[in-house]
Design a protein around this ligand. Structure first.
Ligand code: EPU
Length: 429
């Protein structure tokens, strides 16, 4: 992507459906037998294409009607996930729980590490084992088998989003009651719980650290909606601030953005919340702050790189840490190329604000690192060219069009990966 920076962005964008909510909701269709899950507001992103192909390979019939996706699960499903697809997306592991509880067996090639750090699925597997599954490794693939999953108490060492989702889905068809302690509390978990409940599941406690699930014999089809994407929405707001413009994001749930709003206010910035919209009016760039990314309701790790870009233009010094992915700092090298004054000190990032950034040729190493570079490029003097934009397209629907509608001067580079095929061979975000 090529960005001619320095133009204040102004206007309104509507948030897409949340990528990280749509993925588990689509996987939940595997829990059904001979019935259909209709899902509205599924974002048009590569990861959705990969999930569609993965579900289709397991037997799910998928149809798009307007903005809605219909996923119909047959009475018999395949339990083996194709390595070719799993390799494309770490969130493929979300099919494990529903497949295991529905088919009594599931096989998944083990995902490796990725740019944002080591990302094991040990907590998912320990939970399945506690529910009575036999877990083995066969040629680098996990094979989980259970004649019947049994409800039990599972304590998660870390409130993992994926593990909470996988275990919650598995528990809906298990015998008896499952208690997930130290569960993740992200809005995407709440969205999934609501979807499962609308399918007949008996779940309570989502959004708190303890989730109770009473297993049912079977679930029914339903029609549901994906929540707005809080990370995408926040990214557009930061673009408004960094370019000295005024941006509104609409059709969102402002409470999901509380952690960002609190930090912006701490920087001395004005944020206007009205109904389902949030606006950042045109203003100065604010003062430096300290911030640590933490599980929800803490500051989201998925916004940490974009916030680093913002703080590189703030007055004074800022310190950033990431308590979820401790080494999610690959964007720093690239921001330095643009003139940002950033250094690592132990496991913290120390940023001394500079008055401006310069355009440069930079590389997106992963989805959110790439988003941080887009923001920096929009604010920088002259041209920034970002390579590997395929990573960014995985999380941001119609990125160019949305930024252009706010007045940004952005162009796709000829070799830029254009989303739609789902065959971007880089591993997950
Ligand atoms: N972890 C383990 N063992 C596990 C699972 C997680 O050690 O079995 C560790 C991870 O290594 C990491 C931490 O726990 O250090 C958090 O991982 P979590 O499981 O919560 O993350 P995830 O489910 O793999 C989802 C999002 C990520 C987001 C994280 C944290 C999806 C598809 N992905 O990943 O989204 O960063 O939660 O909020 O929901 C993104 O959108 O850019 C992205 C990376």
């Amino acid at each position: 992507m090529s960005i001619a920076g320095g133009h204040p962005l102004s206007g309104t964008v509507r948030a897409q459906g949340a990528k990280n909510a749509a993925l588990p909701i689509m996987a939940a269709s595997l829990l059904l037998s001979d019935s259909t899950l209709g899902v509205r507001r599924v974002p048009q992103l590569d990861d959705m294409t990969v999930m569609r192909k993965l579900l289709a390979s397991l037997g799910i019939k998928i149809e798009s009607r307007g903005e809605e996706l219909y996923l119909t699960s047959p009475s018999e499903l395949s339990w083996e996930t194709p390595e070719r697809l799993v390799r494309l997306m770490r969130a493929s592991s979300l099919v494990l729980g529903p497949l295991l509880s529905r088919c009594g067996k599931a096989k998944l090639p083990l995902p490796g590490g990725c740019a944002i750090g080591s990302r094991p699925i040990d907590l998912h597997l320990k939970g399945f084992a506690k529910m009575g599954a036999d877990i083995t490794l066969e040629h680098g693939a996990v094979v989980a088998t259970a004649k019947e999953l049994r409800g039990c108490r599972i304590y998660l060492d870390f409130p993992s989003v994926g593990a909470t989702e996988n275990l919650m889905m598995a528990a809906t068809l298990a015998r008896g009651e499952t208690l997930i302690e130290n569960a993740a509390r992200e809005p995407e978990i709440t969205n999934l719980a609501e979807v499962l409940r609308s399918m007949g599941a008996d779940i309570r406690g989502e959004g708190t650290g303890t989730i109770h699930v009473k297993g049912k014999r079977e679930l029914q089809g339903s029609r549901v909606e994906v929540i707005p994407d809080r990370i995408e929405a926040c990214t557009y707001l930061l673009a408004g601030i960094m370019t000295g413009g005024s941006v509104t994001v609409c059709d969102i749930i402002p409470e999901h953005m509380d952690a960002l709003v609190a930090k912006l206010e701490e920087m001395g910035l004005e944020v206007l919340v009205e109904g389902k919209s949030v606006t950042v009016p045109s203003q100065k760039r604010g003062r430096g702050i300290s911030l640590k990314a933490l599980p929800y309701p803490g500051f989201p790790t998925d916004l940490q790189p974009q916030m680093t870009a913002l703080l590189s233009l703030a007055d004074g010094t800022s310190v950033i840490q990431d308590g979820v992915f401790e080494s999610r700092f690959l964007h720093i090298n690239e921001l330095q190329k643009m003139g940002a004054d950033i250094r690592m000190q132990g496991n913290a990032v120390v940023i001394t604000g500079v008055p401006f950034l310069n355009g440069a040729d930079v590389v997106a190493t992963d989805l959110r690192a790439g988003a941080a570079l887009v923001l920096a490029g929009l604010a920088a003097k002259e041209e920034t060219r970002i390579l590997n934009m395929g990573h960014v397209h995985r999380g941001y629907e119609n990125l160019e069009e949305k930024f252009r509608s706010l007045g940004a001067q952005v162009k796709m580079l000829p070799d830029e990966f254009i989303p739609s095929s789902g065959e971007n061979p880089s591993e997950e975000d």
